[in-house]
Ligand binder design. Structure first.
Ligand SMILES: C[S@@+](CC[C@H](N)C(=O)[O-])C[C@H]1O[C@@H](n2cnc3c(N)ncnc32)[C@H](O)[C@@H]1O
Length: 375
């Protein structure tokens, strides 16, 4: 049966629709936008690439609509959401693993007592012990069942009181330790909600699997840095003759977001630091150096240009602010000199992807740069 974009976007009635929304992520594509672009600018069987895949809506839409799609993402949170939603683990195995992790929680009683007050105000002891067991034992990088369970825990790790495992927090963006403690105190909410983590996560697993699972065998997301990964993809395309028809992406915006700090609580659960520290590693912090930012886009789009079909479409959503927009435009025109360029302000939808994630700053705005080539 042919899956239609409107069925995915409008409801939770099919497996594809239910898993499409998997994973809150800062600055994610609106789902309808991702499906509309893929539908309009590619056809079944085409190859699609997204070198800054985030939670992988572009790649997922490609897979659901019968395209062969490839993403690359450097942030483990985005990568996990993407890889799991395209191939979720077997439900019974995930539930069995949940029980195993839950049974190990009592080993972490003492460790919980020593944790910073942020954690003690955020999670009740049962939840915190369970999270420490999951953090220690789930092999989310290498095992699909563990990855699935871990990513389901990640989805509900923080959010509105009553909807997540945590005390009141934002869902897409993790706030700082001191800010959160101060906020809970001010609102007299220093006691975390009492939750049975086993029952809570089990219910979420049941709901997520209720309509089945998508099986997007021809979609894949690589966990890595596009500047390295693309070099290998270039070699593979040379050997196989594969050409991509649609490059559909949204790069980070210069000096605007720090995807690792925004996700610090989820990254902690994946084994990261207990305190939100800005990362020193390349491309894992805020993009403050204009030169480094320019070089990243230049490198990625240069490599992409060598793997795209002559008649390909390049669809890039980016920040409307001057430096990011002008750099992206210059780089794209340089690497795709024979394409026709069109710049549109927010086609397909009314709100920006950062507004959807709660950004209220006045001067934010997004532009879509579309490069096409006729016959
Ligand atoms: C604007 S977001 C993409 C959001 C995505 N369109 C979605 O719907 O979730 C940009 C993404 O690029 C990723 N990124 C930044 N530098 C990267 C690199 N060198 N290689 C791969 N991904 C990178 C960030 O981690 C972030 O997830």
């Amino acid at each position: 049966m042919m899956i239609k974009t409107e069925d995915i976007v409008k409801g939770f009635k099919s497996a594809e629709s239910r898993w499409a929304r998997f994973g809150p992520y800062y600055a994610m594509f609106p789902l309808d936008f991702a499906f509309e672009v893929v539908e309009k600018y590619s056809k079944e069987g085409d190859f699609i690439i997204d070198p800054f895949a985030g939670r992988c809506s572009s790649i997922y839409a490609g897979g659901v609509l019968g395209r062969q799609s490839l993403g690359i993402e450097i942030n483990p949170v985005g990568w996990l959401y993407g890889s799991v939603k395209m191939k979720p683990g077997d439900k019974e195995a995930v539930i069995k693993r949940l029980l195993e992790i839950y049974s190990k929680r009592n080993y972490y009683k003492r460790a919980v007592e020593l944790m910073h007050k942020f954690y003690r105000m955020c999670y009740c002891d049962e939840v915190l012990m369970f999270l420490l067991a999951a953090r220690k034992h789930l092999d989310w990088k290498n095992n699909n069942v563990d990855a699935t369970l871990m990513s389901i825990i990640l989805v509900y790790l923080h959010g509105k009181l009553g909807e997540a495992l945590s005390n009141q927090l934002r869902m897409t963006k993790a706030m700082g330790i001191n800010y959160s403690v101060h906020w809970w105190k001010e609102h007299k909410m220093t006691k975390p909600p009492i939750i049975d983590p086993y029952k809570f996560i089990l219910k979420k697993i049941e709901w997520r699997y209720e309509k089945g699972t998508p099986n997007l065998a021809k979609s894949y997301v690589i966990f890595g840095d596009s500047t390295n990964e693309l070099e290998q993809i270039v070699q593979i395309t040379k050997a196989t003759g594969i050409r991509f028809s649609l490059l559909f992406t949204s790069p980070p915006y210069c000096s605007v977001t720090d995807y690792h700090t925004d996700q610090w609580i989820r990254l902690w659960l994946l084994g990261g630091s207990e305190n939100p520290k800005a990362q020193q590693e390349k491309y894992k912090g805020r993009f403050v150096s204009q030169e480094e930012y320019y070089n990243l886009l230049d490198d990625v789009f240069y490599n992409c240009a060598t793997i795209m079909d002559k008649k390909s479409t390049i669809y890039v959503r980016t920040d409307a602010r001057e430096f990011t927009l002008n750099s992206t435009l210059n780089i794209l025109i340089n690497h795709f000199p024979n394409h026709k360029v069109k710049i549109i302000s927010k086609p397909f939808q009314n709100r920006t992807q950062t507004e959807i994630c709660g950004n209220k700053t006045k001067n934010s705005g997004e532009m879509d740069i579309i490069l096409t080539r006729g016959n």
